[in-house]
Design a protein around this ligand. Structure first.
Ligand SMILES: NC(=O)C1=CN([C@@H]2O[C@H](COP(=O)(O)OP(=O)(O)OC[C@H]3O[C@@H](n4cnc5c(N)ncnc54)[C@H](OP(=O)(O)O)[C@@H]3O)[C@@H](O)[C@H]2O)C=CC1
Ligand SMILES: O=CCCC(=O)O
Length: 289
């Protein structure tokens, strides 16, 4: 099966590499074209533009930073829309808001193409090992055709119905994740400032009712101020912003998420946006009496 892949950031690189390793023919494109070279070494072909990739491939996947990027790759000159049509499938796996997804869906389907949104739960390592959780919504036929690729990329796929539901599910999850990370960082700071050993806190947490792979995976690195990016903080803040907008639309009060968003915003303003989202810990460490 020949697959196009647009966007070779942390996630896109790992996902397209995985498809290659599992026998898919992959044609890649990235805004910064030099990032395609590593994939070419593993057998990928390069498309010079998103339109070229779509022209060549029946199925094209995108994994882009945010709504602006997702829209640009579809609607701009040499974009996806120029070559989509009957027999072409487009799957956007980026984390965006439901409105962005719906706009892309309408444009693709009005030209006869099929569209699926399929954001993912899981980060760099699950992307490398094919252990993502796929939250698909949109064209059911395209979902079924894409199962061989989803089986390589993820450990479980959900089909959630109409376009927008995948985006909403992903935003709810990341709103919870950002709020929990913020509370976890406060707990690490509180344990240290009150004279406890924060490593003991990690051990105790791991044995109790709120034991959590995120605490276990990120806690030790956070205590060493090591924030090598798996999930960049700028994307977590984008997800908090989009989730809060979803809350606004649905009149859901989310004071915990709103407070966490302030910490992520502050971290971004201090230049931590490209570090892992766990670097929000640095902001909370800065608060003194
Ligand atoms: N990292 C993670 O753990 C996870 C991330 N996600 C989501 O997946 C998406 C990608 O994340 P990740 O790989 O970490 O992000 P990165 O920041 O590593 O990569 C972003 C990608 O988007 C491209 N891009 C950015 N702006 C534009 C634009 N205007 N036009 C075209 N391409 C653009 C970048 O191209 P260039 O190289 O030229 O800058 C790059 O390929 C995001 O929506 C994120 O929220 C979802 C689950 C986990
Ligand atoms: O969107 C990013 C999710 C990161 C994760 O699930 O660990």
């Amino acid at each position: 099966m020949e697959v196009g892949f647009l966007g070779l950031g942390i996630m896109g690189k790992a996902m397209s590499m995985n498809l290659l390793k599992n026998g898919f023919k992959v044609t890649v494109w990235n805004r910064t074209l030099s990032k395609c070279n590593e994939l070419v070494e593993f057998g990928a072909s390069i498309g010079e533009t998103p339109a070229q990739v779509v022209k060549k491939c029946k199925l094209t996947i995108a994994m882009l930073s945010d709504p602006a990027a997702a829209l640009s790759v579809v609607f701009d000159k040499d974009g996806v829309l120029e070559q989509t049509g009957s027999g072409k499938g487009y799957i956007d796996m980026s984390t965006v808001d439901p409105e962005t997804s719906s706009k892309i869906s309408q444009a693709i389907t009005s030209k006869g193409g099929a569209f699926l949104e399929a954001p993912v739960s899981g980060s760099k390592q699950p992307a490398e090992t094919g252990q993502l959780v796929i939250l698909a919504a949109g064209d059911k036929g395209l979902y079924e055709e894409s199962i061989p690729a989803f089986d390589v990329l993820g450990k479980k796929s959900f089909f959630l119905g109409q376009v927008g539901n995948g985006a909403k599910m992903k935003l709810v999850i990341n709103m919870i994740m950002g709020s929990v990370m913020s509370a976890f960082s406060e707990g690490l700071v509180l344990s240290e400032r009150s004279g406890l050993n924060p490593h003991d806190l990690l051990d105790v947490l791991d044995l109790g009712a709120i034991a959590n792979p995120m605490f276990k995976g990120k806690g030790p690195a956070m205590l060493k101020s090591n924030y090598s990016p798996a999930f960049p903080l700028k994307h977590q803040q984008k997800d908090m912003r989009l989730a809060l907008a979803l809350g606004d639309e649905n009149a859901v009060s989310m004071p915990v998420a709103a407070a966490a968003n302030e910490s992520f915003k502050k971290a971004r303003s201090m230049g931590l946006g490209d570090l892992d989202f766990s670097s929000v810990h640095e902001i909370l460490k800065m608060t003194k009496d």
